[in-house]
Design a protein around this ligand. Structure first.
Ligand SMILES: [Zn+2]
Length: 259
């Protein structure tokens, strides 16, 4: 068995790979051990996903939508207590109450003094509207290669074909090793962040993530991923997105996720 990113022998690898991090609500889309070797698995977890999930953009979106991490904790959201001028964290507890505490221990006394001395206060939370582009495009590249593996891993020779496909080399190495140039991706909101969907058997539910692959008439392959209502699209062969813009124009702007 060979790893779909570094192509090295991965027969002794033990970790399963989550295509979308568990912290974004994914428990079902998992690749068996060895599809991604332990070393690449560790690298993606520590160097790509962890910083991305800890970034202001994702902690805010997870906090707004009550998505707990694997340990059942909600991410704190950073803000400023206006009256004392201190940086504070707001964190939802398991019992749904809200905790407020200083980011820096040294601000504890002034924050508490200020709250005790006033009848009301204001907390400002600067909203981050998009993720870090370099980090996020590498994450999309990782997800793209893994979604392809998820589709093909049950077919005889399917994984070998992914490993041997040189057309995928630029994206797999970009995801795994990085590059100073950002591999561009397309980003647009397709439904509200807190949208509730309805299905007969489950009732109302929120959709945290969904994805598909789009293969166009021009033989270009795209990953289309939606997280919290924002659709992100990356070209798996070349670092440009013009083919997707053409596809959108021909298809009245509809999302490939809802074909
Ligand atoms: Zn590897």
């Amino acid at each position: 068995m060979r790893c779909i990113f570094c192509k090295s022998d991965s027969s002794s690898s033990r970790s399963v790979e989550h295509i979308i991090p568990e912290s974004l609500g994914n428990t079902e889309h998992v690749l068996p051990p060895g599809v991604v070797c332990d070393s690449c698995n560790n690298y993606f977890g520590g160097k790509i996903e962890q910083p991305l999930l800890a970034s202001g953009f994702f902690t805010q979106v997870r906090a707004r939508n009550n998505v707990a991490n694997k340990k059942g904790r909600f991410p704190p959201v950073e803000g400023i207590h206006l009256q004392s001028g201190t940086q504070v964290n707001l964190e939802r507890d398991k019992d749904n109450s809200l905790s407020l505490y200083p980011v820096h221990d040294r601000d504890g006394a002034i924050l508490i003094q200020n709250i005790l001395n006033s009848t009301r206060g204001t907390i400002i939370i600067p909203i981050e509207t998009e993720p870090n582009r370099l980090q996020f495009s590498r994450f999309l590249g990782k997800v793209a290669i893994e979604v392809l593996a998820e589709r093909l891993c049950h077919l005889p020779g399917g994984l070998d074909e992914i490993v041997d496909k040189t057309e995928l080399d630029p994206l797999r190495y970009y995801a795994r090793r990085g590059n100073s140039n950002v591999w561009p991706f397309h980003m647009r909101r397709i439904y509200p962040e807190d949208c509730h969907f309805f299905a007969e058997d489950v009732g109302y539910y929120e959709l945290l993530h969904e994805y598909t692959l789009l293969y166009t008439d021009n033989f270009e392959l795209f990953l289309v991923l939606a997280l919290f209502g924002v659709e992100y699209t990356i070209n798996m062969g070349e670092p440009h997105i013009s083919g997707y813009l053409d596809w959108l124009q021909k298809n009245g702007g509809r999302s490939p996720l809802y074909s």
